[in-house]
Design a protein around this ligand. Sequence first.
Ligand code: DAH
Length: 351
Amino acid sequence: MDELDTLVQQAQADFAAARQAAELENAKARYLGKSGALTERLKALGALPPEQKKALGAEINAAKARVEAALQARRDQLAAAELERQLQAEALDVSLPGRRRGQGGLHPVSRTIERIEAIFGSMGFDVAEGPEIETDWMSFTALNNPENHPARSMQDTFYVDLKDAEGRWLNLRPHTSPMQVRYARAHAARHAQAIAQGLPIPEIRVIAPGRTYRVDSDATHSPMFHQCEGLWMGENVSFKDLKVVFSDFIRRFFETDEFDLRFRPSYFPFTEPSAEIDIAFRSGPLAGRWLEVAGSGQVHPNVVRHYGLDPERHIGFAFGMGPDRLAMLRYGIDDLRLMFDGDLRFLQQFN
Ligand code: DAH
């Protein structure tokens, strides 16, 4: 029947024109909905005589089936198009190599500090940490640098434009030596108690590694660098003990017996006498060259007083070394700046 064919064609065209599922459902309603064109025709059959009803009914149902088929085909098309759109939007190139989780590692200076801690730790040294922003008093005065003494500028200190609660100027500590004072003062009461009770005076054995700061920058100096302070106080700790302990440290740190160690007279306000500790390897690329590895000395009586201890009863030595320098020697690095550039190509070699 022409009229039904036209209706089917119209439905097909309407469905094809629908760009989205919602539009398609609207178009469907016009033909198959409660009062859609085909539904209406089916309802009208009721008024016809049985003969006609049967013939026309079959035709309408055939038309309805074609419309439903067209509807389903268009639904499938739209769904496929939607899927395609989503796939495009969330395009995933499965041929790309996977992204691995980055593997972290310890910085060579951290490794070195851990090594220093382990070696001194095995010799009974405690490990202490202290503030990087220090008072002028801790950085200098307590360490026997008189006010206005040129030694204060000798270290090219970074001053902080602030004073602490007691009106003392603050600085970025130019060395870890204030930790001698902080640590000893924290233990002074225990020492006084031992003396009062006639007990042997407990020893102080501590190292204090950490960041230090000076206005200095070239291939061998960085404005931020590391130091490790050492302090060993007892009733009669001497240079002989320092030599034994430091030689043992060097032997274990560099894993060799093939070196010589010497004390070279020097000056530090906080020690008297003072000495630089030099080592020279007997073999290897640095063989025969004296390398300065630490400053040291017997703690000055004025400093012992600032510890809160009695210089007549407490005798010992202090030393200060540079973990950055030790790391460079151990790993054969010739430019200190490499250590702090943060270049992974350099850093990954240590892991
Ligand atoms: N604080 C000194 C510096 O920064 C290093 C030093 C020398 C530390 C002698 C000491 C010492 O404990 O006894 O150059």
